[in-house]
Design a protein around this ligand. Structure first.
Ligand SMILES: Nc1ncnc2c1ncn2[C@@H]1O[C@H](COP(=O)(O)OP(=O)(O)O)[C@@H](O)[C@H]1O
Ligand SMILES: O=C(O)[C@@H](O)C(=O)COP(=O)(O)O
Length: 422
């Protein structure tokens, strides 16, 4: 017997920023949501409509990502989840090995379903899919800066091709001409694709209207795979309507800080903006972390930050331009550089919390995963939205934290975020 008979949507997110992004869209569409960090060990204690299990599985080995995702599925099923949602990045972040394709197939097998959709469309953040091609803003994915991502460089905007390269099942397309006709036409197209042996269909969507048309067509689909955008069309399937009620958090206190390990275009601009505004900022150079020097660097950073915190937010960052990132990766190796920086920034986040920081902005998905784990956070309550896809959250320990996806947020995000909590 499931522990939570009301659980409508069980979600598995492949990173931590992505999980809060999805939870944010679900909350704004009227669902009561809990976000867990990793797969919980016990049953769900609260009565909610959706749970988002945040994994850090985007860039790990495919076999490990599958194992973690199946664990999450098993737990969600035990809580009575009626539909499963696999959330990945709106820029379809993956390597040629996956993990979007392999995890999708493993979830399909476990759920005994022969068909699902795939669409990272998130029009509120400029991610649109047209004829199967993903646009980020006005340009194709592979011209958007994502071609230089440190861990998941995206060189092809054609999602049917990208997905097919990671998937044994046949991949098809539900294009915009069908989507605009609404749920009945989408269902008809799904039936036709199934008859052709297609197992996964990329879906075009260029506006929220498209996502609202898509929602009802997904009503009985056991597994939905998508960015966070598709979520806006699902709560209505369960009779739920948008509500602002769900976004109230306890009052905020303590010092304020920003930790940034994202090297995405938007984050580079946000770091530059924060520095230009005259606020204190300290860069961490990855090369300085080598040869067991990480702890010493972290201690220097914390000693620098301690006397400044009383005057307002400080920024600690490893954010760098693509050329600098490439140089470090050549020296250290891609995975090693990423892990070294994540480890150091996580220790900085832990140290800042010990210094009394209770309002923390973290930029970067992998970075957020490392920081949240270092802070020992097990669960997050979702609060008000700062920018599309980025809400404030509250951890049971009393810390307010926001996990900013690399490419989300306006240039003044690092200062404006704190104003939203007041
Ligand atoms: N200066 C740097 N050189 C090399 N790698 C870096 C540097 N700064 C951060 N990284 C690594 O790059 C990765 C950025 O990923 P992530 O935190 O997910 O950001 P985003 O959300 O922009 O994708 C992390 O693994 C991080 O440790
Ligand atoms: O869908 C999105 O774009 C985000 O929710 C997300 O997953 C971003 O990941 P990062 O850019 O790695 O933070």
């Amino acid at each position: 017997m499931p522990n939570n008979a009301c659980l409508k949507l069980g979600c598995i997110a492949d990173d931590f920023t992505g999980a809060t992004d999805l939870a944010n869209n679900l909350v704004r569409s009227g669902m009561r949501v809990v976000q867990t960090i990793g797969v919980p060990t016990g049953p769900l204690a609260t009565d909610v409509d959706a749970v988002v299990v945040a994994l850090k599985s985007r860039t790990i080995a495919a076999a490990e990502a599958i194992a973690q995702s199946l664990d999450a599925l098993k737990w969600l099923q035990a809580q009575g989840a009626q539909q499963i949602y696999f959330k990945y990045c709106s820029t379809f972040d993956s390597t040629p090995e996956g993990n979007i394709g392999p995890v999708t197939e493993a979830l399909m097998d476990a759920l005994g379903t022969d068909f699902t959709i795939a669409t990272p469309a998130f029009p509120d953040n400029g991610r649109t899919v047209f004829k199967g091609y993903l646009f980020a803003g006005n340009v194709l994915l592979n011209e958007s800066g994502m071609q230089n991502h440190p861990l998941t460089p995206m060189q092809d905007a054609n999602l049917v091709r990208v997905m097919q390269a990671q998937t044994k099942r046949k991949v098809g397309l539900i294009d915009y001409k069908t989507v605009v006709l609404g749920a009945a036409a989408i269902r008809e197209r799904i039936a036709a694709l199934r008859a052709e042996g297609v197992g996964v269909a990329v879906v075009d969507a260029t506006s929220n209207d498209d996502l609202h048309l898509l929602g009802p067509a997904l009503k009985d689909m056991p597994l939905v795979t998508a960015g966070s955008g598709v979520a806006i069309g699902l709560p209505a399937n369960f009779g739920l309507e948008p509500s602002l009620q769900a976004s109230q958090l306890p009052a905020a206190g303590g010092w304020q800080a920003v930790v940034s390990g994202s090297c995405s275009l938007a984050t580079n601009a946000q770091v530059a903006h924060f520095k230009a505004s005259g606020r204190p900022a300290m860069a961490i150079n990855p090369a300085a972390l080598m040869h067991g020097q990480s702890d010493a660097v972290v201690q220097q950073v914390l000693a620098w930050a301690a006397p400044l915190l009383q005057d307002g937010p400080v920024l600690v960052y490893s954010t760098a331009e693509p050329e600098a990132v490439k140089a470090v990766q050549t020296q250290l190796g891609v995975a090693e550089a990423g892990a070294l920086v994540e480890h150091a920034l996580a220790a900085v986040a832990r140290g800042l919390a010990d210094l009394g920081v209770k309002q923390l902005v973290v930029a970067g998905g992998e970075t957020s995963g490392a920081c949240v784990q270092a802070l020992g956070v097990a669960q997050l309550q979702i609060g008000p939205q700062i920018d599309p896809g980025v809400p404030w959250c509250h951890a049971p320990s009393g810390v307010h934290i926001t996990l900013k996806s690399g490419n989300f947020g306006t240039e003044d995000f690092f200062s404006k975020a704190f104003g939203v909590l007041r």
